[in-house]
Design a protein around this ligand. Structure first.
Ligand SMILES: [Zn+2]
Ligand SMILES: [Zn+2]
Length: 318
């Protein structure tokens, strides 16, 4: 039998990819490459729902906010364990029903309860980071008895998950038969948090790594964070890096910022090889901030003017 064929068969038996990465199930692979709802040429006549809901496996959902409602169209991850459902991010704030996301999640919980005898899990809502396109729906989760909302500030995250050595170290979270690892990854924002889901092998990287234009607030932190993720991926069975936006076409072209229509969108999932290449290129910068262009993503430092403008807008609550 040819060596390549033998290697592939061995990889299939062991459940790992030829490059050492975890071999994903077909459904999980589909989550990484499928075509999502991607806006419309004329959003005024768009009738798509506020969130597209994709079920990746029996206990795993990905939601995408409608691009016609919010041009950032962020992704939201919903991971069910036996006693807790973990929700990463709440999307951007839009006009319309104030509890659209909560209602969607309650619908998923009720549907699962109907299909199994188990009790409804408690909801734990945390964030990839504090940007408003990921925290805009927080209000609907506050002060509810069955929901724990972790506020998106670093101190709250450290307190909740006992990450007292931030940005060193990691935390483990047990959802009930499903373990997550939480990894501080500052750079895009100070409080950026990456989540590793052992079940799917997904690294939920937020705005730290995704197919699009990644803007970096603090370059040395970002370099260290990506180096840490690459080291993590060498030691764990990572299937895909799943971020919170798609801003690139399948041909590798960035869409203009603010667009509400993205035909020919790239898939959401990035490969471990993309992370290794990003790490290699970042190490070459020796902490001197400079744009990095890869096939599947572009990384840019945020200049001082943009930083100052961001600080003013934040102070004004805009
Ligand atoms: Zn962001
Ligand atoms: Zn974002």
């Amino acid at each position: 039998m040819p060596l390549l064929l033998r290697t592939l068969m061995l990889c299939l038996l062991l459940g790992i990819g030829p490059d050492g990465a975890a071999a994903p199930s077909p459904l999980l692979a589909q989550a990484a490459s499928r075509q999502w709802m991607h806006g419309a040429e004329n959003c005024s006549i768009d009738r798509n729902p506020a969130f597209e809901v994709f079920q990746a496996d029996a206990d795993t959902y990905i939601l995408r906010q409608n691009k016609c409602l919010h041009f950032e169209a962020p992704f939201i991850y919903v991971l069910f364990g036996a006693h807790t459902v973990f929700v990463q991010d709440t999307g951007g704030k839009v006009d319309g029903p104030a509890t659209a996301l909560l209602d969607t999640l309650r619908g998923l919980i009720e549907q699962r309860a109907r299909n199994s005898a188990s009790a409804s899990p408690a909801m734990l809502v945390a964030h990839s980071h504090s940007h408003r396109d990921h925290t805009g729906g927080d209000a609907q989760f506050r002060n509810r008895p069955d929901v724990t909302l972790v506020e998106p500030q670093r101190e709250a995250i450290i307190r909740q998950f006992k990450l007292s050595n931030w940005p060193q170290g990691s935390a483990t979270l047990d959802l009930g038969g499903r373990m997550l690892q939480l990894l501080p990854t500052p750079g895009h924002q100070d409080e950026s948090l990456t989540v590793f889901d052992e079940r799917t092998g997904w690294l939920l990287t937020g705005d730290t790594v995704y197919p699009g234009l990644v803007l970096v607030q603090h370059w040395p932190s970002y370099v260290s964070s990506v180096q840490g993720l690459a080291a993590f991926a060498r030691q764990h069975r990572v299937s895909f890096l799943m971020g919170t936006h798609i801003e690139m076409s399948r041909g590798g072209k960035l869409y203009p910022v603010g667009t509400t229509y993205q035909p020919e969108e790239a898939g959401l999932g990035l490969q471990v090889a993309d992370l290794f290449e990003l790490d290699r290129r970042l190490q070459q910068t020796r902490n001197n901030a400079a744009e990095i262009v890869l096939d599947r993503l572009v990384v840019q430092p945020i200049g001082p003017v943009r930083k100052a403008l961001g600080a003013v807008l934040k102070a004004l609550g805009v």
